[in-house]
Write a protein of this length. Structure first.
Length: 446
């Protein structure tokens, strides 16, 4: 075939760069969902209708890779290219800022692995390119970083990492082992965690569902308190590694990032599991086989990896006796379990899936069985606003609505700021209930 296919070309060199570079955060959110491939196929087929090419979307695929704790790469595989410079892959990189349940992309880059030909040898080669904003925008300029000899996804990832590191793409053999470590977690930031029946994608579904769920700063502080002992331990071990010259001083910030990422993942993940599965009970037989528990193990796996990394390095360098390392590992395991339980409990307490009145008894059992007796968090520490939020969620359940109305009337003025947005709620029954409560609170003042 001698004609460049507009659908294939525009998808790689105009549409995806335009979305990623001009609407960065929205594009990241759509790709960061579990249905990212549906989103991409919609774009692909819509572009086919506009260009009248109608290339089938077979072969279109997308995978997510965490290059760093705050750098996410989406590798998009295109249907097989037929003529240069059609692309094999597009790599969209996003730099993200992460809050407790909020992730925001602030910057993006767009790379391509392109079909090309060496003029001298007439041999097929594969070029690493980048689309950058041109003048006038939204036109794009093209940067060429040279060619590589392989067209597989792994080589493309290595080449992108080389570019980001300021190296030549011809150096990818030198950095490939480093990138492999980053992808598979040897530096404490694993891409994927494998458990029987539970994958990273399962936790990602919860991440997508509960991102931007309103969480008061007091609640975030409680979760931080639940994992603070573990955070202190990881930071202490990281400092011991630096003092022992296991890592150069200039990597101090990076070591702090590993620990911070691990702690944030454990606390946020366990909190979201609580939101989703507030009725999880640990008095069941083999409760560790329950999905809720395994999801929390996925969320805590990075903390385990960082703990093992620091301890193994200290032992290997003769800076920590094996017996003491074993003791620290055992204590670290307990702290991880306590952090999981503490954040889960807080999430379950706030979950809209469960009535507030039914939570105290069940979650008391969960605390006991998961080792919460050593945590700094207790049910009494939840602020009054948290109870109000849960009462409000009970308004959505026809069975609990009458009692929730009476409870919120009794709360009085403190409930007003939280109730007022419900006057615009999509559910008419909730709007009516909110109006009734606000009216009764005003009457009580007369």
């Amino acid at each position: 075939m001698n004609t460049l296919r507009k659908q294939h070309y525009n998808f790689a060199y105009f549409t995806l760069p335009l979305f990623a570079l001009s609407n960065t955060n929205d594009t990241f959110k759509k790709l960061n969902r579990n249905d990212r491939l549906v989103y991409l196929k919609t774009i692909w087929n819509g572009l086919g209708n506009k260009t009248n090419d109608h290339i089938p979307d077979q072969g279109l695929n997308c995978s997510k890779i965490n290059l760093e704790y705050d750098i996410v790469l989406f590798v998009i595989q295109l249907p097989k290219p037929e003529i240069q410079p059609e692309a094999f892959f597009v790599g969209l990189i996003f730099w993200v800022e992460t809050g407790f349940l909020v992730t925001k992309a602030t910057k993006a880059k767009c790379f391509t692995l392109e079909l090309s030909c060496d003029v001298k040898t007439n041999r097929e080669v594969y070029v690493i390119g980048e689309s950058v904003p041109g003048q006038p925008f939204p036109s794009f300029d093209h940067k060429n970083y040279g060619s590589i000899n392989s067209k597989d996804k792994k080589s493309f990832i290595f080449a992108i990492q080389a570019v980001l590191s300021g190296k030549k793409v011809s150096d990818i053999g030198v950095i490939s082992s480093n990138v492999e470590n980053k992808i598979h977690g040897k530096d404490g930031v694993p891409k994927e965690v494998r458990l029987p029946g539970i994958t990273e994608d399962e936790l990602e579904k919860l991440w997508s569902k509960w991102t931007n769920y309103p969480v008061e700063s007091q609640i975030q502080q409680l979760c931080h308190e639940a994992v603070k002992p573990l955070e202190d331990l990881l930071q202490d071990l990281g400092q011991r590694c630096l003092q022992a010259n296991i890592y150069p001083t200039q990597q101090a910030g990076k070591i702090g990032e590993w620990s911070g990422y691990a702690i944030a993942r454990l606390s946020r993940g366990s909190f979201m599991v609580g939101l989703e599965y507030p009725d999880f009970r640990t008095d069941r037989t083999n409760f560790k086989k329950e999905k809720a528990y395994q999801l929390m193990e996925v969320a805590s796996k990075t903390s385990e990896d960082v703990l093992k990394l620091f301890l193994s390095q200290l032992v290997e360098q003769g800076k920590l006796p094996m017996l003491e390392a074993g003791r620290i590992a055992e204590n670290g395991g307990k702290l991880i379990l306590n952090g999981m339980a503490g954040c889960f409990f807080i999430g379950a307490k706030l979950s809209p899936h469960k009535q507030f009145g039914l939570l105290n008894k069940d979650l008391g059992r969960q605390q006991e069985h998961l080792g919460q007796q050593h945590s700094r968090v207790s049910p009494e520490q939840l602020p009054p606003e948290a109870e109000i939020m849960i009462m409000i969620e009970c308004l959505r359940d026809i069975k609990s609505r009458p009692s929730a109305i009476q409870d919120l009337i009794a709360v009085g003025d403190r409930a007003i700021p939280i109730l007022q947005p419900l006057l615009r709620d999509i559910n008419p029954d909730v709007r009516l209930a909110a109006l009734k409560i606000l009216s009764e609170i005003e009457k009580s003042k007369l």
